[in-house]
Design a binder for this molecule. Structure first.
Ligand code: LCV
Ligand code: LCV
Length: 268
């Protein structure tokens, strides 16, 4: 086992590579691994380093025993004042695109709770292995935030419409057994087997022909991520989303989180 390379503290991730399997560990427990620009850049930098070091598969995980896998988008970094909070250039959106187009399998290994944009992050990985402590919640309606069209497409590529609507409209965490039943996760394993099970699949995949794996992954991406949409429809949706992120409710959602109180949404 090579010594884990601990990236500079500001990157909030730890990386290690063993027999062509690169492992990225989210490491910002004080902020519940909130997806800040620093942490997200740490993931992207690790992916590029693994590619240079000849890795064949990547595992994305949180520290063993962490109760919260990731608290989702760093709310303190969400733009206000009429700027699209999930715009194309947003650090989270950049990292999701990086993972989805990365030329090798990225496996999300989940112990603990996954919130908001972190749910989009694990769904953007190629598969999810979870243990019984895993929960998944998508939470824009807790903030009054208009989720983005690309993000909704990520969900549509994985789940039936009725389940997507229940998760978005309730923002309630779904438990591991429901996530397995709904097909959110590939495998649900006992806590003490999560790491072994995940690494076994990763090391097995790492023995397969990397060029074939890469071209099949990229074909599946372009076949699922690109849905034609009429310009007028797109502009109407963007207008609707702007109304939402310019609303008092969006400000209320963020203020309520910062003031550690429940939001009161008034519909404007
Ligand atoms: C910044 C945080 C966060 C955080 N950002 O610990 O899906 S969308 O569209 O909504 C998308 C935009 C998105 O992903 O939005 C974020 C969605 N995430 C959430 O709604 C989860 C927010 N966090 C929580 O509900 C709790 O923190 C959980 C349940 C994750 C953990 O609760 P716990 O009691 O263990 P605290 O809440 O005390 O959080 C510990 C520290 O981490 C900060 C939080 O502000 C606190 O900081 P201070 O110690 O400085 O007070 N923190 C947690 N989540 N997403 N900062
Ligand atoms: C020619 C064969 C074959 C065979 N071709 O019996 O999915 S893609 O993209 O890969 C696509 C391009 C594709 O379909 O590729 C082929 C994928 N198929 C496989 O990988 C399976 C290869 N075959 C095997 O793994 C074993 O043959 C199985 C497990 C199917 C059966 O094993 P078993 O021990 O019962 P043998 O391997 O001894 O095979 C008996 C004879 O059939 C030939 C094999 O070469 C052997 O011929 P000889 O007796 O002349 O040595 N054979 C088996 N599969 N796909 N020939």
């Amino acid at each position: 086992m090579s010594e884990p390379f601990v990236a500079p503290p500001e990157s909030f991730v730890e990386t290690t590579i063993v027999d062509k399997v690169g492992i990225i560990t989210l490491k910002n427990p004080a902020k519940r691994n909130a997806l800040s620009e620093g942490l997200l850049d740490g993931i992207t930098d690790a992916l590029h380093a693994f590619a240079a070091e000849g890795a064949r598969v990547v595992v994305l995980r949180a520290d063993a025993g962490t109760r919260v896998w990731s608290a989702g988008h760093d709310i303190s970094e969400l733009p206000r004042g009429g700027v699209d909070p999930l715009r194309y250039a947003d650090p989270l959106e950049r990292t999701l695109r990086e993972i989805r187009s990365f030329p090798m399998p990225v496996i999300a290994m989940v112990h603990g709770s996954v919130w908001g944009g972190a749910f989009d992050l694990v769904l953007s990985c190629d598969m999810i292995v979870a243990d019984s402590t895993a929960t998944f919640a998508i939470t824009p309606v807790n903030l009054g935030l208009p989720y983005n069209t690309t993000g909704l497409l990520h969900f549509l590529g994985r789940l039936p419409l009725n389940l997507i609507k229940e998760m978005f409209f309730t923002a309630s965490p779904i438990k591991a057994d429901v996530a397995m039943q709904w097909g959110v996760v590939n495998h649900l394993v006992p806590e003490d087997q999560l790491e072994t099970f995940t690494l076994d699949i990763a090391h097995h995949m790492a023995t397969k022909a990397p060029l074939a794996v890469a071209v099949i992954k990229e074909q599946l991406r372009v076949l699922t991520d690109f849905q034609p949409i009429a310009a007028q429809v797109f502009e109407r949706i963007q207008d609707m989303r702007r109304t939402v992120y310019e609303s008092a409710d969006y400000q209320e959602g963020i203020s309520a989180f910062e003031e550690k109180r429940k939001p009161v949404f008034r519909g404007h």
